[in-house]
Design a binder for this molecule. Structure first.
Ligand SMILES: [Zn+2]
Ligand SMILES: [Zn+2]
Length: 491
């Protein structure tokens, strides 16, 4: 049989890394993400990079890594996994395999080293390890074969970001000498997208699982009405721009930025010809993406339109360019970035600025916040989850109370208007998570055990209650301790 251990996303939402250990002595990892905010590698000391990246568990049995999607909290520890001696294949969806080297290159460049030779070496090695997988294909993992046990993987669309997948693993075991085989299915949800979000199709329904390792980021919340989110974005932007100034939108380079651009294109597309005036949203307002990484990813999103949903592809057919429109500017170099920060501070010219990171834990958004938070013309619009201990969570919390935050050790009063746009998450909410665990209607409880990860404590506890109430007979486990390895009571 098998057991599970969790080396991240146990006490919070970051650092995703789960290990499936077979009785034959081999194991595999699903994701190897970086810790952010208040979470850190258990047992690591105070140095912050070390805290976020250490591999503190034994990897000698790990034969393969499977990647659900290329957000940094799911792949950021990969260079450290290689440094620790991991040399197996890295399985991921085709789109993830294209995006992953860029993510790792950027993470090393921003957070670790400017040494291009070293970065090329790591990224080059990673590329040789990648094994692109088609959605829906049953992929045998020969590295795990031993003593009558074997594993087959199947990646299915998770609707979270381009290339994202949930992973179904079928473990087949035959006792020595026995003819009969036993198959068990373990599903790792990765991050699941919310239903009805733009650009990507909804997550594919779950068929069945003996064990479902389920994210629970929004296990205690239901998003607002997602169908009207474009309209709410439009009115929020109009409101924000009435007093000129910059609208800062902290957004992840991958996923959220492209969703925002997609909706902004639609807003501009439908602006009446007569729209104008200083106070409204006009086609004279620039939309600026200040992130070389986001710009590169937007290029990939544009090119990989085969993975878009039907509505997005329809826009292409009608001659629109959903991810590149007239008002869109991008900033590449650091010098241009610093010039933009200074220019906006001096002039207060209305602009919509999208910059990473999404939780304001580093990235170019930090310079904008430092320069513009104390200006009452500024608006900060949050469109994503802010983890505990991040600057984003502090601004979200203290901004509406007229408080202050420390940015790079400098105290900054928050005079800016701070808003959080609800219904704007790339993550499934409580209803979505429940619907996923229940499977399509008609199936009677396809899941036997659920292991809740990737959520704050309240979110996990509340989702546990809901799952137990709505799925009688299901066993819900909430791992409490990192590295805990346990065996579920499988029959
Ligand atoms: Zn994610
Ligand atoms: Zn995640």
């Amino acid at each position: 049989m098998f057991s599970l251990a969790h080396h991240g996303a146990v006490t919070g939402v970051t650092g995703s890394c789960h290990q499936l250990l077979l009785d034959n002595g081999h194991s595999l990892l699903v994701d190897c993400g970086m810790f952010q905010g208040a979470e850190a590698t258990p047992g690591a000391d105070a140095d912050s990079l070390e805290r976020r990246t250490q591999i503190t568990f034994d990897i000698s049995s790990v034969r393969a890594l499977l990647v659900t999607h290329c957000h940094i909290d799911h792949v950021g520890r990969l260079p450290w996994l290689l440094a620790a001696g991991f040399d197996g294949p890295v399985y991921a969806s085709r789109a993830t395999c294209e995006l992953l080297p860029l993510v790792i290159e950027d993470a090393l460049k921003v957070g670790v080293t400017r040494d291009a030779g070293l970065i090329n070496q790591v990224v080059g090695r990673l590329k040789t390890m990648l094994r692109p997988v088609d959605y829906g294909a049953a992929v045998p993992l020969p590295e795990l074969d031993q003593n009558g046990q074997s594993v087959t993987a199947c990646f299915k669309p998770a609707g979270h970001i381009l290339g994202s997948a949930y992973i179904e693993l079928t473990i087949t075991s035959s006792a020595s000498g026995a003819i009969e085989q036993v198959s068990q299915k373990v599903v790792f949800s990765g991050d699941l997208g919310a239903r009805d979000t733009p650009l990507l199709p909804d997550p594919e329904p779950l068929v069945s699982a003996d064990v479902l390792v389920l994210e629970s980021t929004y296990g205690d919340k239901n998003h607002g009405d997602r169908r009207n989110r474009r309209a709410r974005l439009e009115s929020a932007l109009k409101r924000c721009l009435t007093n000129a100034g910059t609208v800062l939108i902290p957004a992840f380079s991958i996923g959220r930025t492209q969703e925002l651009l997609y909706e902004l294109e639609d807003i501009f597309h439908h602006l009446p010809e007569s729209s104008g005036g200083r106070s409204g949203l006009t086609d004279a307002v620039d939309v600026v993406v200040d992130s070389p990484l986001a710009a590169r990813f937007t290029g990939h999103y544009r090119r990989l339109s085969e993975y878009w949903d039907a509505e997005a592809r329809q826009r292409l057919v009608t001659g629109r360019h959903p991810l590149s429109f007239d008002q869109l500017l991008t900033i590449e170099s650091h010098q241009d970035h610093m010039n933009a920060v200074g220019y906006l501070r001096r002039t207060g010219r209305p602009a919509i600025m999208i910059a990473a990171s999404g939780m304001c834990a580093g990235g170019r958004i930090v310079n904008y916040l430092k320069a513009l938070l104390a200006d009452e013309r500024t608006d900060v619009l949050f469109v994503g989850y802010q983890a505990r201990g991040t600057l984003g969570r502090d601004i979200q919390h203290w901004g509406p109370k007229g408080g202050y935050v420390f940015v790079d050790g400098q105290k900054v009063n928050i005079a800016a208007n701070v808003e959080t746009l609800s219904g704007y998450s790339a993550h499934a909410d409580q209803d979505d998570l429940l619907a996923f665990a229940k499977g399509p209607s008609g199936h009677s409880s396809p899941v036997r055990h659920v292991v809740l990860v990737h959520g704050d404590d309240d979110a996990k506890q509340q989702l546990k209650l809901v799952l137990e109430r709505e799925m009688p007979g299901v066993d819900v486990v909430v791992p409490a301790t990192p590295h805990e390895s346990y065996r579920l009571p499988l029959v």
